[in-house]
Ligand binder design. Structure first.
Ligand code: ZN
Length: 314
């Protein structure tokens, strides 16, 4: 059994840039690369296994053909998606539906609860997280009148911050933000406001106001994240969230640390530094920007070096 190293898929976005290349050394396709789909089995961009007996196989196929690697899961599709986003401009203000709504109105897609760990951002960066309307009528009125300053809730951000973004939360990443996102495997977005920007052909992007108004949670309720930190030999383990959709942790490793993984599969992303993963006498190098999955039944392994990883699991 080996860790499953993954090849990312990149997405061009009007708001993207070149940070993914500069920070992680990725071979990005254009100067406007906004998204790295790092651990994905979504049909719009599945990752491919890079090593071992499954080299060349898509994660979506592996999920179907080798359920033992994932503990014979009940879900039909791989439920999680890890992305890195490089926002060099404000993203459109949006909201995502929950599972039951997406199932009915979006062809059986999953809903989208997501979360962000801020890898880096410019000074005085902020994001849009929630709204100030007290009732759905007020929400509708402020959206229809375009009272965005009154409606949208702006939050200052800094590197290392973590935000849980349940479905139904109005949100947007803003200019100068680099984040690693863990989300449900879904590509369903309702656009609320796009700053009246026009594309190269002079067209406005489509808004989805009716759906957005019906799925937005009113009033906004802050789901404050209080990171819980546990320190043991050569590793600090931070837990940001443990929800029905996913759990997200950060491991900060200095030196050598040993782990045991039997019952769940882990999605792992190296966000800083480098190290070596040692398992059954095999050594695998871990670099900033490496993404991999530890399968169920992997057993004991160690990581040595100086590195930080974001870990997520169901
Ligand atoms: Zn979103």
């Amino acid at each position: 059994m080996q860790p499953l190293f993954l090849k990312s898929v990149f997405k061009e976005r009007i708001w993207g840039g070149t940070t993914l290349k500069m920070e992680f050394g990725y071979d990005i396709p254009t100067e406007n690369t906004g998204e790295c789909w790092a651990i994905s089995a979504h049909p719009n961009g599945p990752s491919v296994i890079e090593n071992g007996p499954y080299a060349g196989v898509g994660l979506d196929t592996l999920w179907k053909e080798h359920p033992e690697l994932f503990g014979h899961p009940k879900e039909e599709v791989f439920p999680l998606l890890t992305k890195i986003l490089d926002a060099t401009m404000d993203l459109s203000v949006q909201v995502h539906p929950e599972d039951s709504y997406a199932k009915v109105y979006e062809n059986g897609e999953l809903g989208k609860t997501e979360c962000w760990y801020i890898l880096d951002c410019k000074e005085d960066a902020y994001m849009i997280y929630g709204h100030h309307a007290q009732s759905r009528e007020e929400l509708m009125e402020q959206i229809n009148k375009g009272q965005w300053n009154k409606l949208l809730r702006r939050v200052k951000i800094k590197p290392g911050d973590f935000f849980y973004v349940p479905s139904g939360t109005i949100h947007a990443l803003c200019e100068g933000t680099l984040v690693i996102e863990t989300q449900q495997s879904s590509d369903t977005t309702y656009r609320v406001y796009d700053y009246e920007r026009r594309d190269a052909n002079g067209n406005l992007r489509e808004l989805h106001l009716e759906k957005a108004i019906s799925v937005t949670s009113v009033p906004f309720q802050e789901t404050g994240v209080i990171p819980n930190i546990k320190v043991r030999e050569n590793v600090a383990i931070t837990t940001f969230v443990e929800s029905e959709f996913f759990s997200v942790h950060k491991w900060d490793i200095t030196g050598q640390s040993t782990f045991l993984n039997d019952n769940q599969y882990l999605l792992m992303s190296v966000i800083n530094g480098e190290g070596i993963l040692v398992h059954n006498g095999n050594r695998y190098s871990l670099n900033k920007g490496t993404h991999f999955i530890i399968p169920v039944g992997f057993g004991e392994f160690s990581i040595e070096g100086s590195c930080s990883l974001i870990i997520s699991h169901k």
